[in-house]
Design a protein around this ligand. Structure first.
Ligand SMILES: NC(=O)c1ccc[n+]([C@@H]2O[C@H](COP(=O)([O-])OP(=O)(O)OC[C@H]3O[C@@H](n4cnc5c(N)ncnc54)[C@H](OP(=O)(O)O)[C@@H]3O)[C@@H](O)[C@H]2O)c1
Length: 340
């Protein structure tokens, strides 16, 4: 394999703001033979998740940061091209913790074999029936604990996680209001996904007033994907004993000095329950979540959007779409098999 070249994007230095190509450059390195128990995977799909920005920092997090010099960690789906393990054969398609690279070398015991013949689009194992769908499922149902008739407010509502949260909340009989950053996104979640109302936070003016208008009974659950000013506005609209499921704070990920929330005293005033979570807290229940999400999907009760970009060389600008809102749903870089 030494004559094969692996292009990989790596962390040259820790970004203080949006990562640049100086901080995340690429290099071409020769591919090594897999050691005993390892496989070499030719990556086909690379998941682009906001969390990756957090791993570029050395702040305390739920997993170790990416070390300087290491490739940018990511979930990947690819085909085994060389196996030095009895557990996997060449040609198998697997889900692995890989990186922004053409080839990933991994322990066979640490990857999950996927059934290509099941007719499920492989990319959905990174999205709606993968970490994205599971985040929405456990975050809403286990942390938010929705009851029929309650009002659920969700931010980044047209995104991969948020759009799934809103649909599950509708399935549970809730009134659902989404906050998103464009009229097109607002139209999609109300007209196509069945949200009851949507607020364009970029054009609505007084966001707190807009939330009150869209949630006349107050907010029972706020599913927070963004933090910042939107969290502050939501805090002012919560009902007594309401819950906030803190999923992510994307508005702060590129801000070294992001101000903290101003209205946290509402936790006392309204006896709120505010709980953060990460999807891997639920790893023991993933099978349950995948089964339920797949059932809803096959019954036509869940819809999702993916934006798949065929361009490893532009993976960094593609990743940055998550932070300007130009992504349309679950964001993925694809390396077409014939191009490798
Ligand atoms: N806890 C967990 O285990 C877990 C797992 C997965 C994801 N997450 C978190 O869930 C959130 C959504 O992730 P995703 O993968 O589904 O991404 P996504 O929602 O598909 O894409 C990110 C979206 O965030 C919005 N956004 C970006 N910057 C913003 C800002 N400054 N203010 C308000 N909105 C902003 C943009 O939508 P607009 O156009 O609407 O602004 C953008 O499209 C992130 O915070 C992520 O870290 C957490």
């Amino acid at each position: 394999m030494q004559d094969m070249i692996n292009r990989q994007f790596y962390l040259a230095s820790r970004p203080a703001a949006e990562p640049t190509s100086e901080e995340v450059p690429f290099r071409d390195v020769p591919l090594c033979e897999p050691e005993q128990g390892e496989v070499v995977i030719r990556n086909m799909y690379i998941s682009l998740d906001p969390a990756i920005r957090g791993w570029m920092s050395d702040l305390s997090n739920y997993i170790e940061p990416i070390e300087i010099g290491e490739p940018i960690r990511s979930s990947v789906i690819g085909r085994v091209v060389k196996s030095n393990s009895e557990q996997l054969s060449e040609g198998d398609v697997v889900l692995a913790v890989g990186a922004w690279e053409r080839y990933t070398t991994a322990q066979a015991a640490a990857v999950t074999r996927l059934d290509e013949s099941a007719g499920i689009p492989l990319s959905s194992f990174l999205g709606i029936i993968g970490p994205t769908g599971l985040t929405a499922y456990f975050g809403l149902l286990d942390v938010g604990k929705p009851q029929a008739g309650e009002t659920v407010l969700v931010s980044a509502a047209a995104g991969a996680v948020g759009s799934t949260v809103g649909q599950i909340a509708k399935l549970k009989g809730c009134r659902v209001v989404g906050i998103a950053g464009s009229d097109d996104k607002c139209a999609w979640i109300t007209d196509e996904l069945g949200f009851d109302d949507a607020i364009n936070y970029k054009t609505c003016g007084d966001l707190e007033a807009a939330i009150r208008g869209a949630c006349p009974q107050g907010v029972d659950i706020y599913f927070d994907n963004v933090g910042g000013d939107i969290l502050d506005a939501a805090l002012m609209c919560m009902n007594k004993h309401a819950r906030i499921a803190v999923c992510g704070w994307i508005s702060t990920y590129n801000e070294a000095d992001a101000p903290g929330p101003r209205n946290l005293w509402q936790m006392v005033a309204k006896s709120l329950k505010v709980q953060g979570f990460v999807v891997i807290d639920y790893v023991d229940r993933f099978a349950e979540g995948i089964e339920q999400l797949a059932e809803w999907l096959m019954a036509g009760k869940l819809q999702y959007r993916e934006e798949i970009v065929d361009d490893l060389d532009n993976i960094l600008p593609t990743f940055l779409k998550l932070f300007d809102g130009s992504n349309q749903g679950k964001l993925i870089t694809r390396i077409p098999e014939e191009s490798v």
